[in-house]
Design a protein around this ligand. Structure first.
Ligand code: B12
Ligand code: SF4
Ligand code: SF4
Length: 286
């Protein structure tokens, strides 16, 4: 039987070991080059009222952790154990990749495109790994994003989903949102995110941010705005991130890079490199 402390140590070490040792966390053409550096890990209590508030902040279709686990297990939400937790992780993008993207002005570097494509395949493998180690110990577990019920929708502001990994990471105390919409953590904004819902008895992590935008210099004191200059699509302004323009650029105009880089999606991420929040929380260092 796990206590909260031993459960935390167990799952943190499983995630850290997988990131350090999985051959999938390697660039396809350079097996010595990791895609992601050591992860940040946080936990949220599934009963945190924030999850209900996401039905207003995002959309009524956004699932609570209890709803997501129930759908995955084909049960009713009320049939699940009383205490559920969410495990959230941040996979910081390797320094070599960030440096390569800093040099770019209009397209992502090859290493960034590999991270978007192969890095997300690794993130899925990590989701599956975490679910399996929990199930092997007799716990309930599911990674909502790789379940058949995971869906993306579009409204007048652009695309959104029924399980937003960044909002989960916010609930788990891992960082805050920003002017560019990116999620600024202690390891910066250049990263990918994943999560799993479980009944393992995990303690909720402390949420130190005063607001959902505290880690961004623009919201802290009106300064910076470097991401505005970095975006080749004009998708970022002082009023925020235009998801429709961003999508049209990264997933439309840059489509040709799928062939050049031999990936299903190259991404873009210029707003996440060569900016003060790239690999640190810039507000903490002031
Ligand atoms: C749809 C989608 C997109 C869309 C829309 C992005 C968006 N802003 O939602 C498009 C195609 C534009 C896109 C582009 C990119 N994406 Co994308 N995308 C997703 C996806 C699949 C769903 C996102 C979602 O559901 N959003 C919900 C909406 C509502 O969120 P939002 O608009 O950001 O939320 C705002 C409000 O809610 C607001 N807010 C207002 N009031 C309050 C109050 C509170 C309390 C809170 C918490 C929030 C809040 O805060 C937010 C910021 O303004 C996720 C994967 C996933 N399942 O999460 C990846 C994801 C968001 N993408 C990711 C990435 C990396 C990218 C790109 C860099 C492309 C690339 N890989 O090179 C760009 C960057 C875009 C940007 N500047 O953020 C990462 C983000 C990691 C990070 N570092 O932040 C994710 C999490 C994928 C992953 N698994 O890691 N993406
Ligand atoms: S570049 Fe500056 S303004 Fe833009 S998200 Fe980062 S800290 Fe905020
Ligand atoms: S990812 Fe979107 S917002 Fe960021 S630089 Fe590219 S087009 Fe602009």
């Amino acid at each position: 039987m796990f206590t909260e402390k031993t459960a935390q140590l167990f799952i943190e070490s499983e995630i850290r070991d997988f990131v350090a040792n999985s051959p999938l966390n390697r660039m396809p053409d350079d097996k010595d080059q990791p895609i992601f550096e050591a992860p940040l890990i946080g936990f949220a209590d599934a009963a945190d009222p924030l999850f209900d508030s996401y039905k207003t902040i995002i959309a009524p279709t956004h699932l609570t952790p209890r709803e997501a686990l129930a759908l995955a297990l084909h049960k009713k939400p009320e049939e699940l154990p009383q205490h559920l937790a969410v495990i959230s992780w941040i996979l910081p993008i390797a320094a070599k990749t960030r440096l390569s993207n800093r040099k770019e002005k209009s397209i992502p570097s090859r290493l960034w495109a590999n991270t978007r494509w192969y890095g997300e395949q690794f993130n899925d493998a990590l989701r599956n790994h975490v679910v399996k180690v929990l199930q092997d110990k007799g716990y309930l577990a599911a990674a909502p994003v790789i379940q058949p019920h995971f869906k993306q929708f579009t409204n007048e502001k652009g695309p959104y989903s029924n399980w937003s990994e960044r909002h989960i990471a916010y609930a788990a105390g891992l960082g805050t949102f920003s002017l560019s919409d990116g999620f600024i953590t202690a390891k910066g904004i250049a990263h990918r995110v994943g999560s799993v819902v479980t009944d393992l008895p995990l303690p909720a992590s402390f949420r130190s941010a005063a607001t959902a935008f505290s880690n961004c210099l623009f919201y802290a004191d009106g300064s910076c705005k470097k991401c505005i200059e970095r975006c080749p699509a004009g998708a970022i302004t002082e009023t925020g991130h235009d998801k429709i323009k961003c999508q049209a650029y990264a997933y439309g105009e840059l489509r040709y890079l799928r062939e050049t880089y031999q990936v299903g999606n190259p991404g873009c991420g210029l707003c996440q490199t060569k900016v003060p929040c790239e690999f640190i929380n810039p507000v903490r260092t002031k």
